[in-house]
Ligand binder design. Structure first.
Ligand code: ADP
Ligand code: MG
Length: 236
């Protein structure tokens, strides 16, 4: 038991450290990218090619940071009552520009009051990593990602459905394994982070998919009671 506590304190420490490093590293990365790109535009031949490769590698570093820590704050993160529907609308605002760039529709359909216990920042990170995968799986003109949320007895269900390229059945079990990626520029870290966050909230994730038809991810989280209408003892 003692060991467990030590372990989770360590994890806490590491994740705070990582989050603050990410914040500090992001800016110099962006600045360096800008300069290299400027020089690269004027360069020719091999030199130009090398500078383009340098920019791509910097982008890779940025996406690792994004996948892990965009929404992680260096402060202690406290557990709060979250309304999933509000969080989903905020996520829609964050991701819409990205979806619009590839003319993909992003639809959110949710019951208004769906309460869970968690960290808003981490939950956003988890869901956004999944939506990004959906967007990256879509390569046609009629792309749609729809996010549905509802309550099912004691669980809150969030479904993320896309009509992208799908996943081969033999690969479904590998989702969430560190470094498992099918993309030339993938990190294979996005879903690992997502699984960790959802599991920390005592939830589960299931994927189902049909190749060339699309993918559905189902997140189940323990529901909090709808409202606390005062203390029943004092109401008597
Ligand atoms: P990355 O996106 O960097 O590859 P992830 O952990 O986010 O890493 O995803 C791992 C792999 O799972 C992806 O490379 C992709 O092959 C597959 N995958 C995840 N979500 C989807 C999806 N919605 N549609 C198709 N493939 C997916
Ligand atoms: Mg990803």
């Amino acid at each position: 038991f003692n060991r467990e506590i030590q372990r989770s304190e360590k994890m806490e420490l590491i994740s705070h450290l990582a989050a603050s490093i990410a914040h500090e590293v992001r800016n110099p990365l962006q600045v360096t990218r800008g300069f290299i790109q400027l020089v690269g535009e004027k360069a020719e031949g091999k030199e130009r090619q090398f500078l383009q490769m340098a920019v791509q590698e910097l982008d890779r570093a940025s996406s690792i940071i994004t996948e892990f820590l965009t929404f992680a704050k260096p402060e202690l993160d406290d557990l709060k009552t979250l309304n999933i529907s509000e969080e989903l609308y905020q996520i829609q605002d964050i991701i819409s520009p990205l979806a619009a760039m590839q003319s993909t529709k992003l639809v959110v359909i949710t019951e208004p009051e769906l309460y869970v216990l968690g960290s808003a920042e981490k939950l956003k990170q988890a869901i956004i990593n999944m939506i990004k995968n959906s967007l990256e799986a879509i390569n046609n003109a009629h792309g749609t990602v729809s996010i549905h949320a509802n309550r099912d007895q004691n669980a809150i269900i969030i479904r993320i459905i896309d009509n992208g390229e799908g996943i081969e059945p033999e690969k479904l079990d590998k989702l969430g394994e560190p470094y498992f990626t099918n993309k030339s520029k993938g990190t294979g870290l996005g879903l690992m982070v997502t699984f960790r966050i959802i599991e920390a909230m005592e939830g589960t994730i299931r994927f189902s998919s049909t190749k060339d038809v699309g993918t559905e991810a189902v997140v189940r989280l323990p529901a909090l009671p709808k409202e606390q209408p005062g203390n029943p003892d004092t109401d008597k």
